[in-house]
Design a protein around this ligand. Sequence first.
Ligand code: GLN
Length: 426
Amino acid sequence: MLEQFQSPFDATVVQLLRNAGARIVGKANCDEFGMGSLNVHSAHGPVVNPHQTASSSASWEERERRSAGGSSGGSAAAVASSLAHVALGTDTGGSVRLPASYCGVVGLKPSYGLLSRWGLVSYADSLDCVGILGQNVQHVAQTLDLLSHYDPKDPSAVTPETRKRASEACLAHANKIDLAGKLDGLKIGIPQEYFPSELDSKILGPFRRVVDALKTLGASVVPVNMPSTPYALSAYYVIASAEASSNLARYDGIQYGLRVDAPLDADLTKTVNVYAHTRSRGFGSEVQKRILLGTYALTAGAFDNYFLQAQRVRKLVREDFDNVFRVANPLSTSSSASPSGVDVLLHPSAIRTAPLLPPSGCEPEGDSEDLSSYVQDVLTVPASLAGVPAVSVPAGLADDGWPVGVSVVSQWGYDNMVLDVARIIE
Ligand code: GLN
């Protein structure tokens, strides 16, 4: 749809990077409109994971072709192969954390509303976050510092007052825990619902090693329950598709992007035909599927059963997070501090290591995809629905020689705390 389109302006986040002297070296491949988990829904073809297993002496052509994850797979691959120190991506439901986990790099989804969405191609506005991928936590933290500014051009940007209040609360709390010293003030929760049947047991070894290392350093690690987690994935796909169907209505063949004129003998009116022909040709099959699903969820007959239910689940997921954290949610007047709560959550970032890509030349069509690609997001979407910060940090290699990521999640506005804990894990 946007093949020939050149944006006339830079996104605020890109402008901030340029102002600080960063060199922008390129645009990265990604799933079309951010829809996907494996970066196979791209007009440019899939992104091949650049990770090299220790045993692999084969040439590039002969090596195992695994997915770099999606949707921001190109950004993760660029960082993993040292083409860039940091890369930006979008994380609507896990698109920065999942590729980070598969490629063995650090990937942060900041608190919703901290980084400007101005210039970002909208997928689902209430979930979209600009995310940061980096070779190490320090690079990601420096970039976050640079990009976390109020931008009046983003209507969902958090106000300067709220930012100040949250960052002071985060700093005061971090000082109390003393993350630079012995970790005996740090309480880590392991959400029991984040170990679904789909989780590959190969992930558990590296995850346990991280937990043991944190315990040895003095942190207390406790199980916690987040009972709405099993419903988060379905709710996410209803909400994200509904918002996408509305956002993508702007690609109409008239204002910008591709235009496909109707054949002359068409029966319908000219305008409708331009719209239909443009959208049938311009959108890939995965995007068309989401538009249909989202439009359906918003129709009068389905609205109560799908969209409203999904919004209810979203509220419950948010409450799950507020219930487990020690600190109150700075955005919610109904949330209060609970002294017995945890400071951060820790869980595997993904249910498995990078999946194999189909052989070159037989990329999957949207229709032939089974549901397995949607399941990849099961551990990342809850933090997206709640808008809280989450970072995936490399936790070593699984038995198959491929990277495993663990995620650190905290209360809204406690981005520096998740990065501080990620630094300890790194
Ligand atoms: N895989 C999820 C989706 O397709 C997440 C994508 C994203 O975060 N952009 O919706």
